[in-house]
Design a protein around this ligand. Structure first.
Ligand code: ADP
Length: 243
């Protein structure tokens, strides 16, 4: 369903993504692990055109876009199929939870306000916050804010959700509620690419684990392969830090 080929990205003369390819089946969950600075976030942002990759291509549901040659319409078409969840939630602070979910639906994706209201109510229910639609972000806990972030990303029925360290900014006691919502997203059949340091989530929920370092994929496999029988020294060294 998604095919990403040979992505390269440099900041000035610092090449941080050095030819990364990735394919994803419908409903599949892939986690990307790796040391800080290895290019995980940049790679994810390139997929959604939040960063401009220098070369490579992405195909989502037969729609192919070549990085470096995409026009605004290509980017919009592609973004319609992807939702993104950010480490720091990226909610509008002056809008309620419900307005945060509705805004992109109406402004970017052309839904009517009525349609967006119905969908927002469904999503608030799905992330366990049916009574929080009128709360402002400042009135919500970090975990609740992130659940709103996930609801917003799901609003337009994307084919895939991209998660950039979704629990990294949370107090430990709030991590579980967000991971639980993410498991629910998987159970609903939405494909996900998740950059995370949550090893247990990677082990239990993902179908495939990618270990990235220095801008390349060092190793990938099932969670069992990567966590129990890693082949590469760099993967072993990284995982040893978590045990
Ligand atoms: P990770 O997510 O694995 O921690 P990042 O993708 O955040 O890695 O960063 C990879 C490298 O790219 C780092 O060396 C970082 O300093 C650099 N980098 C990321 N964003 C920018 C930017 N906007 N400008 C310059 N360098 C950047």
């Amino acid at each position: 369903m998604i095919e990403v080929k040979d992505v390269h990205k440099s900041f000035n003369d610092n090449e941080v993504i050095k030819g990364v390819s990735l394919s994803l089946n419908e409903g599949e969950v892939v986690t990307i692990l790796g040391p800080s600075g290895s290019g995980k976030t940049t790679f994810l942002r390139c997929l959604n055109f939040l960063e401009t990759a220098d070369s490579g291509s992405i195909t989502v549901n037969d729609e192919q876009v070549t990085f470096g040659q995409a026009n605004a319409n290509d980017i919009l078409q592609l973004r319609r199929q992807m939702g993104m969840v950010f480490q720091n939630y990226a909610l509008f602070l002056n809008k309620t939870a419900k307005q945060n979910i509705m805004e992109p639906m109406v402004i970017v994706h052309g839904f009517s306000v009525k349609e967006a209201e119905v969908r927002a109510a469904e999503l608030l229910e799905a992330v366990g916050l049916p009574d929080h639609g009128d709360y402002y972000p400042a009135q919500l806990s970090g975990g609740q804010k992130q659940r709103i972030g996930i609801a917003r990303a799901l609003a337009v029925h994307p084919a895939v959700l991209l998660f950039d360290e979704p629990t990294a900014a949370l107090d430990p006691e709030l991590v579980g509620e967000v991971l639980k919502v993410m498991k629910g997203v998987k159970d609903a059949g939405v494909a996900m690419i998740v950059v995370t340091h949550e090893m247990q989530f990677a082990y239990e929920v993902s179908d495939r684990v990618i270990f990235m370092a220095d801008g390349v994929i060092v190793e990938e496999g099932t969670p069992q392969q990567i966590f129990e029988t890693p082949k590469e020294e760099r993967t072993k060294a990284f995982l040893n830090r978590f045990t």
